[in-house]
Design a protein around this ligand. Structure first.
Ligand code: ATP
Ligand code: MG
Length: 242
């Protein structure tokens, strides 16, 4: 078990995240997924001297660095200290003319889904001696395929590889309106955390809820969460009804 360093999170997951586990972080746009994942890696690097790897499949790495600096997290500094690696694995790239083209190197001719990206992950985790990983987001990978058997094969493979590396992973998943859209992912991972961003009266409230943690007694209540200028803060004393 390892503390995440995120205020309130360890209390609601029963002490901390279990080493080697893959946790699905499911939330809608702006619910705080990227911030929570980066806070986990940043804390690992700065508090525990533990290197981390962040795979971005959506956002430009420069944009992430800029956004995270607003919380006081200087990613460039920990990258220079070899405590963080941000890998840009977006499925599209630009050619010399500035036109978008597919990122063939990572996504073409795979016999098993996600095999190229898992190879890249394994290589990088070993190089960095990293034990913390975030993939932002798994939705980008799964949405390439429409055959559930195929997706299951790829996801299972990825989860097994990460577990064999004893790597603790946050798999970010987009909630695009239908809660059931990540049922397959939820079934395969060791843990599921939902990030809510819901209207209450005239305002929007942020909240977080642990839905599943294999082998662990945990609360499944919905807890108030905020994004402050220091990052995510969870309030384990404040349960919400939303
Ligand atoms: N410096 C800051 N201080 C306070 N709140 C912030 C700050 N920066 C961002 N936020 C809040 O965090 C939200 C974005 O969080 P984040 O990018 O982690 O969400 P996400 O779930 O990854 O979103 P997406 O689905 O777009 O990837 C913003 O919409 C804003 O409300
Ligand atoms: Mg995000």
């Amino acid at each position: 078990m390892e503390p995440s360093g995120i205020p309130g999170l360890d209390e609601i997951v029963g002490g901390g995240l279990v080493k080697g586990n893959c946790i699905l972080l499911h939330g809608g746009p702006g619910s705080g997924k990227t911030t929570l994942a980066m806070q986990y890696l940043y804390n690992g690097a700065v508090m525990n001297d533990e290197p981390g790897v962040f795979i971005t499949l959506c956002e430009n790495p420069e944009e992430i660095r800029k956004n995270m600096l607003a919380f006081g997290w200087n990613l460039k500094k920990i990258e220079a200290d070899k405590k963080l690696k941000i890998i840009d694995a977006r499925p599209v790239t630009f050619n010399e003319q500035g036109y978008i083209v597919p990122n063939n190197e990572l996504y073409k001719n795979e016999k098993v889904p996600f095999s190229h990206i898992s190879r890249l992950i394994v290589r990088t985790m070993r190089e960095m001696r990293a034990k913390r990983l975030a993939i932002d987001s798994i939705t980008v990978l799964t949405s390439q395929y429409n055959n559930p058997t195929y997706i299951r094969q790829g996801l299972l493979g990825l989860i097994q590889v990460l577990s064999s590396l004893n790597c603790t992973t946050l798999l970010l998943a987009e909630n695009r309106g239908d809660d059931k859209e990540t049922n397959l992912e939820r079934a395969l991972v060791q843990g599921v955390i939902l990030m809510h961003y819901a209207r209450k009266g005239s305002a929007m409230l942020r909240a977080i809820q642990v839905l599943k943690l294999r082998g662990r007694k945990h609360s499944s209540d919905i807890y108030l969460m905020e994004i402050s200028n220091k990052g995510i803060i969870i309030h384990p004393q404040e349960r919400l009804e939303i």
